[in-house]
Design a protein around this ligand. Structure first.
Ligand code: M6R
Length: 352
């Protein structure tokens, strides 16, 4: 039930810190990673991981790739399920497949799993729904423990998927448990401090996103992957045509789209590439863009619109995305739209 909330989406955004704490307790028990040893062995036996998913789950896959490569040291690629099923890449000798699906019922993902099962390859489904089709048909399952997600726009499933992949990558990479438990705990409380600043985010959305027909998110490295999710969220519920761009690519074409007043939102949480993204943002500003910067304490500069407390570098997507979920929510709300049921969309897409 949504109780006093006007929309499920806002309730589900608010639930994220609690979901994260539930996941820490589910996957870390008695001072050890609580993940099926057979699953860990099957992944360790692989020479390449293939993450397959659609929509928001696909966007989460890119953050999962970074975590699995950085912590577990296994090469990982990410594919759209609808493409993978009919245009399979040349696979490695010992592939392992990871399916991400909130519902566990997405037809495109299921079709890819059918192909994988035909090859006899091992697979894992990371899903919110126990007993769902993808869970039943994959070799292994890890649950998101996020509780029912009702809003069509997925929010808590995205952060739960990233958190489960972080715990999985940490277990595979033997990252010290205390470290991970502590760092994910810091993420949960940082999410709470963002959630306490809703009115500031609503104010920015009200002043900048009510009239526009298009908008851009830009970022580099993981900030670019979060931009993909931020853009999907904003477009699906506000109907503003929003695109995500790797900030360095702007000058290779996209900057031609910038007009007086075009909103350009930059995610700058990566200390290494932050100043490059700022340079790219300045170029859009010089052409009339209405800019916004979401940064982190150690990447911030005076005048940034939203500065998030610093968290461990690999986990930054878990907090920066919350700001963008709220931007999407308040934009759709301000435009008087049905936030939970955007036009033309279904919660679970059961046709290919
Ligand atoms: O249930 P799934 O995670 O497999 O769903 C995948 C997409 O259909 C879903 O994430 C969709 O993109 C959402 N509407 C995004 O908010």
């Amino acid at each position: 039930e949504k109780g006093t909330y006007p929309f499920y989406m806002l309730k589900e955004i608010d639930e994220q810190p609690a979901v994260l704490r539930t996941l820490i307790n589910a996957y870390i028990q008695d001072g050890a990673y609580h993940i099926d040893a057979d699953l860990l062995q099957a992944i360790q036996a692989a020479d390449h991981l293939y993450i397959i998913a659609c929509g928001t789950s696909y966007n989460a896959g890119w953050i999962g790739k970074k975590l699995l490569e950085n912590w577990a040291n296994i090469p990982t690629d990410v594919y759209l399920a609808s493409e993978f099923a009919y245009d399979m890449p040349l696979l490695s000798a010992r592939p392992f497949f990871i399916f991400l699906s909130q519902s566990g019922e997405t037809a495109d993902s299921r079709q890819a799993l059918v192909e994988v099962n035909c090859m006899g390859a091992p697979s894992l489904t990371i899903t919110n729904v126990k007993g769902s089709t993808l869970s039943r048909e994959a070799s292994y399952t890890l649950l998101l423990h996020a509780g029912p997600e009702i809003a069509v726009a997925s929010t808590k499933a995205y952060t739960a998927q990233i958190s489960v992949m972080a715990l999985l990558a940490a277990a595979l990479g033997n990252i010290p448990i205390q470290e991970i438990a502590r760092d994910l705990g810091i993420v949960a409380s940082t999410m709470e401090s963002i959630l306490a600043e809703k009115s500031r985010i609503q104010g920015w959305a009200d002043s900048n996103l009510m009239e526009t027909r298009n908008a851009f998110y830009i970022g580099r490295t993981s900030d670019y992957y979060v931009s993909m999710e931020a853009a999907l969220k904003l477009k699906e519920i506000s109907y503003i045509q929003t695109e995500a761009f790797a900030a360095g690519e702007l000058k290779h074409g996209t900057i031609a789209l910038i007009e007086e007043g075009t909103p350009v939102l930059a995610l700058i949480t990566d200390p290494v590439t932050g100043s490059h993204t700022r340079g790219n943002l300045e170029e859009t500003k010089a052409r009339g863009a209405q800019t916004m910067v979401i940064s982190m304490e150690d990447t911030a500069r005076d005048g940034d619109d939203f500065v998030i407390q610093s968290v461990r570098s690999e986990l930054r997507p878990l907090v920066s995305v919350v700001v963008t979920q709220l931007i999407a929510y308040y934009t759709a709300l301000g435009r008087g739209l049905d936030v939970d049921k955007p036009r033309n969309l279904a919660k679970s897409v059961t046709v290919e």
